[in-house]
Design a protein around this ligand. Structure first.
Ligand code: GTP
Length: 592
């Protein structure tokens, strides 16, 4: 066990985590020059964001002695702090990587706090020292001033050229403690991730704290009491490699023909069924979804398939929740919960790309607490469940404590942005000359739509955002219904602050007017709060005859046009007596 080191690399996005991981893989003999192996999912490469944490075990030789380094990759974005936290629990130490050209960013601070909460030994490392305009001294000062490390603790490397990486490996050996635990005690293993394998069932990623696990063992998940017989245990190299046994200190996986993804919960403790450990490992920070949206299959008969995909996704990503819902306009689908907007975007993309699902997602909203006149307090995450306003005493919305870090030049722009979002300014901190932290409280609803994109554009990409939920606060929230030919379209209803409802409704109707094709009758579009109409539009009738363009002559052209029209028809959704093309729904629902 004294030859094992379990650690993560934590960093802000693009500070070089994957590049450094590549250097470790090379040192461990898993050579992958030029390719970023840990970011293996196609999507991750596209987005340049590490979404899933997957470990890799490396044989690293130092001064003729062989060590086993278990490197657990962690995601770097604000939406994924739960995933960072759960993989940190499997480690004794963390490398905190800071880009010398960017300095300490909001996420660097957030990640450092997470690592400290998990009692990890942190090695601060400045990366990209090979870059010409790298500000090594400034970055070092920030690490000392903002994060509180000592200057002589900081290592300097280039993950790209490999400079300094040997020193880092030595520091890992010296500073990060080897795991401790009792291999003879009853099994106590922490579930920190999982994925689904069609043949093997759920592959459970574990960190063994005490005891051993091997093929044939009868194991039990302590949270739900479910028992299984272990089929295979092993460690991760580039692929999964079976081993005879995993014992205290190890990081690896087991399979046990677990068919139901929902049986395996991240943060759970695995023990032996007939010789259980007394206490489970203290719980992971429970992640509560904060952003909700409906997801519906485009073809109603793909509901079951979508359900299966969602179950698999949930297994890889427990921060994501789902439950069935039905909509008059969109049919049967699911109400899904996400930790943030980026998490939602990525999940939807994964459903489309990885799982090949044709889906439609409704406008995201937060969860509201509603105090009813009869004294009950309910929480709702779906406009469809909004109670009759006459029964409502008070509505409360989630508030977050947010901080934006920027160079001072952008203070004006950022103040303007947050003021337009119902934010309450708190304070401005100057951790050093070139950086300002603006702290404010803001309703979560205000930052889940286009806030991050706007922030990036008004700060030329420099601004970083971090936020934390602090509680619910009373607010004037209304439900807005959208009606087509007087018929409310449930999938288009939304909840908003009274002051913003009119504006959002207007832009939604305008967009609808542009994207819904004229039909043979007039279409009226209305937005209403209760029975009060707050905005309206109309689409004048029009007879669409594609063949009129053909002047009778060319038959093949005619046929092509007809076929094209038929294709178009297939992608229509009927809403009452109005045909709405799929495209239109997409753009209506993407209204910010
Ligand atoms: P996420 O997975 O999105 O969090 O990013 P990451 O932290 O894994 O960053 P990644 O390793 O993808 O590096 C981001 C960019 O910085 C890439 O273009 C790298 O080639 C580059 N980079 C990383 N380390 C160095 C370095 O030491 N020197 C130089 N010059 N470039 C580097």
């Amino acid at each position: 066990m004294d030859k094992i080191r379990n650690f993560s690399i934590i960093a802000h996005i693009d500070h070089g985590k994957s590049t450094l991981a590549d250097r470790f893989l090379e040192r461990g003999g898993l050579v992958v020059k030029g390719e970023q192996i840990l970011d293996s999912m196609e999507l991750e490469r596209d987005r340049g964001i590490t979404i899933r944490a997957h470990p890799v075990s490396l044989d690293i030789e130092v001064d003729g002695v062989k060590y086993l380094f278990n490197l657990i990759d962690t995601p770097g974005h604000v939406d994924f702090s739960y995933e960072v936290s759960r993989s940190l629990k499997a480690c004794e130490g963390a490398i905190l990587l800071v880009d010398a050209t960017q300095g300490v960013e909001a996420q660097t601070i957030a990640n450092t706090y997470l690592a400290l909460e998990n009692d990890l030994v942190i090695i601060p490392v400045i990366n990209k020292i090979d870059v010409k305009d790298a500000d090594i001294e400034g970055t070092s000062k920030e690490i000392v001033d903002i994060l509180g490390f000592k200057e002589d603790e900081i290592l300097k490397i280039s993950a790209k050229t490999g400079e300094g990486v040997d020193n880092l490996i030595k520091a890992i050996l010296e500073r990060i403690p080897a795991p401790h635990g009792d291999p003879n005690a009853p099994l106590k293993a922490l579930v920190f991730d999982s994925h689904f394998d069609t043949y093997k069932g759920v592959v459970v990623y574990v960190r063994i704290k005490d005891g051993t696990i091997k093929k044939g063992d009868k194991i039990k998940f302590m949270s739900n009491g479910k028992e299984f017989e272990v089929e295979e245990v092993g460690i991760f190299r580039l692929k999964m490699e079976p081993e005879d046994v995993l014992s205290a200190g190890s990081v690896g996986y087991f399979t046990a023909l677990i068919r139901d993804p929902l049986d395996v919960q991240i943060g759970d403790t695995v023990t032996h069924a007939n010789n259980p450990t007394k206490e489970p490992i203290p719980g992971f920070r429970k992640n509560v979804p904060m952003v909700f949206a409906g997801i519906f299959p485009l073809n109603t008969n793909e509901f079951e398939e979508l359900k299966k995909s969602l179950e698999k996704l949930h297994l890889n990503d427990p921060a994501f929740t789902f439950e069935p819902e039905s909509s008059e306009a969109l049919g049967f689908g699911f109400r899904c919960g996400f930790s943030g907007l980026l998490h939602m975007e990525i999940t939807i993309e994964r459903l489309r790309i990885e799982f090949g699902q044709d889906i439609i997602a409704t406008v995201p909203n937060v969860e509201y607490e509603i105090v009813l006149r009869d004294g009950r307090t309910i929480t709702i995450d779906n406009p469809a469940k909004f109670p009759d306003p006459s029964n409502i005493l008070e509505i409360r919305e989630p508030i977050v404590d947010a901080s934006i870090m920027i160079p001072p030049d952008y203070i004006g722009n950022v103040m303007e942005l947050i003021t337009s979002r119902r934010a309450v300014y708190k304070e401005m901190l100057y951790p050093e000359e070139k950086r300002v932290i603006i702290r404010f409280e803001v309703p979560l609803q205000e930052i889940i739509t286009d806030f991050f994109d706007t922030l990036k554009s008004v700060t030329r990409g420099y601004g970083t955002l971090d936020y934390e939920f602090i509680g619910f606060k009373k607010a004037d929230i209304v439900k807005v219904d959208i009606l087509i030919n007087k018929k409310p379209i449930d999938a288009l209803s939304f909840m908003a602050h009274e002051e913003k409802a009119y504006y959002v409704a207007r832009s939604m109707l305008e967009k609808m007017r542009k994207v819904i094709p004229r039909q043979m009758f007039e279409i009226s579009l209305q937005a209403a709060i209760g029975s009060k109409i707050i905005a309206k539009e109309r689409i004048v009738p029009y007879r669409k005859d594609v063949l009129a363009k053909c002047y009778g002559g060319d038959v093949t052209r005619k046929r092509k046009l007809l076929e094209k029209q038929k294709e178009g028809k297939k992608k229509m959704k009927m809403v009452g007596n109005v045909e709405i093309p799929q495209e239109a729904f997409f753009s209506i629902l993407s209204v910010k």
